[in-house]
Design a binder for this molecule. Structure first.
Ligand code: AMP
Length: 114
């Protein structure tokens, strides 16, 4: 499985502003934020895309979403709201092939996306 820039962030080989970490998940600020809060949550196990997740990854996927909600509560914007997004492959706009959830918050977000 190919390594990505996110693997390097997990291993602290390149700098990132890591704001959340537990045994399975790392959260760090997006370099090109699309909202006042834009944090990427990634599993330490590097699945390239959501398509690569297997039934055995169900617990890990759950932990990824729970990490997002945990961070939102910790930072105090859970009640006001936020968006959690997974982009998959070309039409989803995925550019880094290490599964990640975008957490966007801090402003009212438009829907539907463009
Ligand atoms: P996606 O287009 O869903 O694959 O999202 C990839 C995201 O990673 C984009 O929002 C980028 O701005 C972000 N990104 C790329 N490289 C880095 C990096 N070194 N540190 C933080 N965010 C990054």
């Amino acid at each position: 499985m190919g390594d990505t820039i996110f693997g390097k962030i997990i291993r602290r080989e390149i700098p990132a502003e890591i704001v959340y970490e537990n045994d399975d998940v790392v959260g760090f600020r997006d370099l090109n934020p699309q909202a006042p809060v834009h944090v990427l949550f990634i599993p330490k196990k590097p699945l390239p895309t959501l398509n690569d997740a297997q039934p055995g990854d169900a617990e890990l996927l759950g932990k990824l979403l729970l990490a997002v909600a945990d961070y939102a509560k910790q930072e105090g914007f859970a009640e006001q709201g936020y968006r959690a997004v997974v982009n998959c492959n070309e039409h989803g706009g995925q550019t880094v092939f290490h599964l990640h959830v975008h957490l966007l918050a801090g402003r009212r977000l438009g829907w539907p996306p463009g």
